[in-house]
Write a protein of this length. Structure first.
Length: 336
């Protein structure tokens, strides 16, 4: 599988790291359509997820091998962009335009996302966010233009997903169903492997100290902070000093000391200096290693005409067992 060239200029549109050839895309679509006609019509049905898990094993070998390699090491940028996936554009309804929009009904795009999620690990969702749906819509919503979350259209600052939680996802997957009208909306990504060399030793030391509080993002319900008992001071960086993990959201991470404030500011500058912008087209799928990569979004102008930008999102954990105490009946939804 080709790898993205290191040192890509920031804010440059990035093409797919790898595009499925027509034969492999056709095979993927056949499996997705089979999942849409297998007797279960709900994405969140455990039996349907089990079917998607089995279907993953039937996907083209090169795709499965590339995903396995990415899971072992997510590379210098912590992202993988695959182009040419089926989204059944001819049958797409109007882009949703309501708050909390999710994909409950089985569809080709939901099957595409869920198969990839099962190849990386297991799909995961949070009851307090988007009503606990495994496949969620990322769409602009009228009246929410300045909302700092997936319903807005203003710039979205850098963050890892759900860093406040005791069980954040390991990966976040986005599938583009529609691009924005003007082709200017961009997903911004920055990886610690690029940003770390830009940090001073003092900032590195501060970022490894438990001197930061990260609270639930605006996309979570108002009572999420009280339902999550592990919201406590944490470091932004943890693990290996030369290749650490990140937990941070610029909007909701608060430094608790002067050195933490300075270090978080420096880290933000390092992310800006090394960021890449991905401008997605229909059929592009982006896998973000949420442990080492922050992401955000540029501004764009929605028209609310039924053809606005439409991404679908799924979270993935590599170890479902570790969150067993948060998941009733051993399901895929974390209730606290």
């Amino acid at each position: 599988m080709p790898k993205t060239t290191p040192g890509t200029t920031q804010r440059t549109a990035v093409a797919a790291d790898w595009a499925l050839d027509p034969a492999d895309a056709d095979a993927y679509e056949r499996l997705a359509r089979t999942l849409c006609t297998g007797g279960h019509d709900q994405v969140d049905n455990p039996e349907w997820v089990a079917g998607a898990r089995d279907a993953w094993e039937e996907l083209p070998f090169l795709l499965r091998r590339g995903m396995r390699r990415f899971r072992r090491h997510s590379g210098p940028h912590g992202t993988l962009v695959i182009g040419g996936l089926p989204v059944d554009q001819a049958a797409l309804p109007a882009t949703p335009s309501v708050l909390g929009s999710v994909q409950r009904q089985v569809s080709v795009s939901a099957a595409v996302l869920t198969m990839v999620a099962c190849g990386l690990g297991e799909p995961l969702a949070y009851r307090a966010e988007k009503s606990g749906a495994l496949v969620q819509d990322v769409v602009p919503v009228p009246g929410q233009e300045t909302f700092h979350g997936n319903a807005g259209s203003v710039p979205l600052s850098f963050h890892t997903e759900n860093g406040f939680h005791s069980h954040p996802p390991d990966y976040v997957i986005f599938l583009c169903l529609r691009a924005d009208h003007d082709g200017i909306a961009g997903m911004r990504v920055a990886d610690i492997r690029q940003a770390l060399p830009l940090l001073t030793p003092a900032s590195r030391q501060a970022l490894f100290a438990p001197e930061f509080i990260t609270t639930p993002p605006p996309s979570f319900s108002a009572d999420a902070a009280t339902s999550e008992p592990d919201v406590k001071p944490r470091p932004v960086l943890s693990g290996a000093a030369e290749d650490p993990d990140i937990r941070m959201a610029q909007l909701v991470t608060t430094p608790l000391t002067p050195r933490a404030t300075a270090a978080l500011t420096e880290f933000g500058r390092a992310c800006e200096a090394t960021a890449r912008t991905l401008r997605l087209t229909p059929g592009d799928l982006v896998i973000i290693d949420n442990r080492v990569t922050v992401h955000g979004r540029t501004a764009f102008r929605p028209r609310y005409d039924g053809a606005d930008r439409w991404l679908q999102r799924t979270y993935v954990t590599t170890d479902l067992r570790r969150s067993r105490d948060h998941r009733p009946h051993d399901g895929h939804i974390l209730t606290r």
